[in-house]
Design a protein around this ligand. Structure first.
Ligand SMILES: [Zn+2]
Ligand SMILES: [Zn+2]
Length: 408
């Protein structure tokens, strides 16, 4: 058996807010540079995207697909929004399974051909049934975010998935949460956590900004299924993700002016910002505090390590003080690292710091810092990303000092 780096959730150009560059050849090219062995096709219910998939992908005969000339493989996936505006991630064994699922969901959706992530007028329990019929797997996407996630709507997986809750074997943490946060919730002990990019652009600081490492015999749908079901020694061996403080919804904050609020203040203010009258959105951190029974995380034995990582372009940006990630100063150094170590994931996770220092010692020392969890962050909230800081800057909350301005 060997380990594979996998990103199970992204979006094609047919999803709202996605880049026009989100086409399979570009995704494959960038995934290879990133070091991802497998990525999601995403959006597999959309007719236009399905025909693009059929045109570009070669069936490996084991539930994964490839593009000629590229090492990166594809798994057929989609995300749907249910009747309660809850998002679910679906992994499928073939393009044919996606076509059958499309047929069964079509009558419940008005935008299945308009949006890569369609709205489906069914509940979680009904969706599990439809996905089971085509031998797929379903679990909640970005489970704790305040707009479209299972825990914004319900207090337990049982409330969402009803009598099929036991069939939900995975949960996607989302950018604003990690294993330490989610393992404070007892009902999640038996569930495998996915850390996926959910990206809308193929740029290497988006694609695979979160990913999973799986121990498998080979890249095949049934092998991945076994890892999710924790069978026959197949398993997740590592989750890599952003520090949850970088997530857009980590703290409770105003969605208009991004002032951060302590949850008790937000409650007193009835979730209205006193500065701009904007809506205060409950952060993932506060939501998990409500759901948690444990004060500290209690990791089940099967839970792998979680590395709080930073995309290489962001590391370089922090190191040289240039903000535009696509600028040539950042891109040149990015390329130098990737040329030296083969892939971005090798640079970020696997290469020895002493070797990285030979290319650039300041970048290497930031990588060393996040690998040992010593990098500090200003937290995101209200839809504004958080960011790493080397200057010791702290989170500023309403009423406890000056405002946090939208300066990033
Ligand atoms: Zn989603
Ligand atoms: Zn405000």
């Amino acid at each position: 058996m060997r380990e594979f780096n996998c990103d199970f959730h992204l979006h094609s150009k047919y999803s709202g807010g996605s880049s026009d560059d989100m086409l399979l050849p570009a995704i494959a090219r960038n995934a290879e540079l990133k070091g991802l062995d497998l990525v999601a096709t995403s959006d597999a219910l959309h007719a236009g995207w399905l025909s693009h998939m059929k045109e570009k992908l070669v069936d490996n005969g084991n539930g994964v697909y490839s593009i000629p000339g590229s090492k990166t493989k594809f798994i057929v996936t989609t995300e749907v929004e249910d009747a309660a505006r809850v998002h679910h991630l679906i992994l499928l064994p073939s393009i044919q399974a996606a076509e059958s699922l499309r047929e069964s969901l079509r009558e419940h959706s008005v935008d299945i051909d308009k949006d890569g992530r369609p709205h489906v007028r069914l509940n979680g329990e009904q969706l599990v049934e439809c996905v089971e019929e085509v031998s797929g797997l379903l679990g909640p996407s970005h489970a704790f975010t305040p707009w479209t996630a299972v825990y914004k709507e319900y207090n337990s997986l049982g409330e969402c998935y009803g009598r099929h809750a036991g069939k939900v074997k995975f949960l996607e943490l989302g950018l604003s949460a990690d294993t330490d946060m989610a393992d404070r919730i007892p009902e999640l002990r038996g569930v495998v956590f996915l850390s996926n990019s959910d990206c809308h652009s193929p740029l290497p600081h988006r694609l695979g900004r979160e990913f999973n490492r799986l121990l498998l015999k080979e890249l095949a749908f049934n092998e991945i299924k076994k890892a999710i079901e924790r069978k026959d020694g197949r398993k997740f061996t590592l989750n890599v993700g952003l520090n949850p403080k970088e997530g857009k919804y980590h703290l409770s904050a105003c969605t208009r002016c991004f002032i951060r609020f302590k949850v008790e203040d937000a409650l007193n203010l009835k979730w209205r910002c006193p500065e701009c009258r904007g809506l205060i959105k409950k952060g993932v951190s506060d939501r998990i505090n409500e759901l948690a029974s444990f004060k500290e995380p209690k990791h089940p034995e099967h839970r792998p390590r979680y590395i709080r990582c930073l995309p290489l372009a962001e590391v370089i940006s922090l190191s040289i003080g240039v903000k535009t990630l696509t600028s040539s100063r950042i891109q040149d150094l990015w390329k130098k690292f990737v040329d030296s170590f083969g892939t971005e994931i090798n640079v970020l996770i696997d290469a020895h710091v002493s070797e990285l220092k030979k290319v650039d010692s300041s970048v290497a020392s930031i990588i060393e810092k996040f690998r040992s969890d010593r990098l500090q962050y200003v937290s995101g909230g209200g839809g504004q990303y958080g960011r790493p800081t080397l200057s010791g800057e702290k989170d500023v909350f309403y009423g406890l000092g000056q405002k946090t301005l939208g300066d990033f």
